[in-house]
Design a protein around this ligand. Structure first.
Ligand code: GLN
Length: 473
């Protein structure tokens, strides 16, 4: 039996080329684990066994022939079900897309495929990636593998749970307001939200187009660097993507360089709304960072207190525009074809197809964009967003990386908060600012977040890498 819990991307690659195991054995082991445990965890919405095993056999053949393998060759990955993988079901956990199969690969999937990665299946999420618990999926609830009475976080809860439970080697998620980092923190894995524009959004089902990012969920910081490097880069299908120049220091950082970083501690994120357990965890984290010989400095981000209000105007506004394409007629079979006319068809199918949280945001988004209220809400929120960006720009004159908790609260029981959307929205306070400003941010166990300058993923990955080694020793 392959020791799945011990595998990382790097160890898997080494094991493969040193012929300690075959790709097929590893892929079969993952499917066995999924068969055994996923009934109670609920990480996956669909599996693609046939294609995965075929790719594994191809990799094994290449090894037999002595061909060189890329770092991600045959790596068994899980993909959040709002990212298109050609010919496989893609539902965004919504009824409106039930039965839809992607007609093309997302840009990130194309890149990973060209390196030989294997896709085990698609993971559960909050419907259209709206939520923080993975309870708003139309299909199933995902549970936290460390304690199945608790939520795994969300919206990439399926991906985070799959990594934490060894049901895949690593996974992709998407992050619009924290959906990679918060479930990473809840499931005790690593989650990286890249700089906006570093990774193409082509083939990601759009939620908030000015905020959305695809990124890795992994067991180690090194793995996050490896996976991120392979999905980053400009793409002609996403005009907001940029040419990137990342080196191998993303996952092989030099300690001398990391030691020169100055870490900012924002006064605003040390308030009374933080759960005592998280507060004491953060005290420990700061102590550990200092023990690496890294300097810390108090900073202020005075406008982040408006981040939640700002986000919950901009995001629903963008969502209401993006989700208008789901009219019931395209993509998937009609949910109700007993209709009188086109409007009736839209009404019936959108009513049946969308869940409660999506309807709430569609109405809110359409309202803040409506002619009488556009200036009062949407435009104002965009101005506040600039003020928040200015706060970060000022802070980065003095520090290189900003440290915060990833979530102000620890994982909570399923069903506890899902009926109180406001309470869930407020818990996004730590993660949302990085999305509004487009900054890269990583969540590292035990649940702290490092936010870096634009395109400076190397700083947060570098610090994370040495932090992780500290806690593993
Ligand atoms: N919790 C946030 C929300 O519900 C995060 C969403 C996301 O990042 N996709 O909007």
């Amino acid at each position: 039996m392959v020791p799945l819990p011990k595998l990382t991307l790097k160890k898997f690659h080494d094991g493969l080329i040193n012929r300690e195991f075959k790709a097929r054995e590893v892929v079969e082991s993952y499917f066995k684990e999924i068969d055994k445990h996923d009934d109670k965890i609920g990480a996956y919405l669909s599996l693609d066994k046939e294609a995965a095993l075929l790719s594994a056999d191809e990799a094994d053949l290449r090894i037999k022939r002595g061909e060189r393998l890329d770092l991600l060759s045959a790596a068994p990955l899980a993909i959040k079900d709002n990212i298109l993988v050609k010919n496989t079901p893609t539902t965004a956990a919504s009824k409106v897309l039930e039965g839809y199969k992607a007609s093309y690969d997302a840009a990130v999937i194309k890149k990973l495929r060209s390196e030989g990665a294997i896709f085990l299946g698609k993971t559960n999420l909050d419907e259209f990636a709206c939520g923080s618990t993975t309870e708003s999926s139309a299909y199933k609830k995902t549970r936290n593998p460390h304690n199945t009475s608790l939520v795994p976080g969300g919206s990439s809860g399926g991906s985070a749970a799959a990594v934490a439970a060894n049901l895949c080697l690593a996974a992709l998620g998407s992050d619009t307001g924290g959906s990679i980092r918060q479930p990473a923190a809840f499931c005790e894995v690593v989650g990286l939200k890249p700089t906006y524009g570093a990774v193409s959004r082509s083939g990601l089902i759009a939620l908030g187009s000015s905020l959305d990012c695809i990124g890795p969920l992994t067991k180690t910081v090194e793995d996050a660097g490896i996976l991120f490097k392979s999905i980053a880069g400009v793409d002609s299908k996403d005009s907001t993507s940029r040419e990137t120049f990342y080196g191998d220091d993303l996952y092989r950082p030099k300690l001398e360089r990391v030691k020169e970083l100055v870490v900012g501690l924002p006064a605003e994120f040390a308030g009374a709304d933080i759960h005592p357990d998280i507060q004491s965890q953060m005290t420990e984290v700061v102590k550990n960072i200092k023990s690496l010989g890294i300097r810390t400095k108090s900073i202020s981000l005075p406008h982040v207190k408006y981040a939640i209000s700002c986000y919950y105007i901009i995001m629903p506004a963008e969502l209401s525009a993006n989700l208008s394409r789901f009219d019931g007629l395209r993509y998937a079979p009609l949910l109700d074809d007993d209709v009188k006319n086109l409007l009736d068809c839209y009404e019936k199918n959108r009513s049946l197809g969308f869940g409660k949280e999506i309807k709430r945001r569609l109405i809110l988004g359409a309202f803040v964009l409506s002619s009488g209220y556009y200036d009062a809400y949407y435009e104002k929120a965009q101005k506040v967003r600039s003020l928040i960006a200015d706060d970060f720009a000022r802070a980065y004159e003095e520090v290189d990386v900003i440290l915060t908790p990833t979530s102000p609260i620890p994982p909570f029981p399923l069903g506890k908060k899902v009926e109180d959307p406001m309470e869930l929205y407020f818990a996004d306070i730590m993660t949302i600012p990085a999305n509004l400003v487009g900054l890269p941010a990583i969540s590292i166990p035990p649940g702290f977040q490092l936010i870096g300058r634009h395109f400076k993923e190397a700083d947060i990955l570098g610090l994370g890498y040495y932090y992780e080694r500290l806690s593993n020793n």
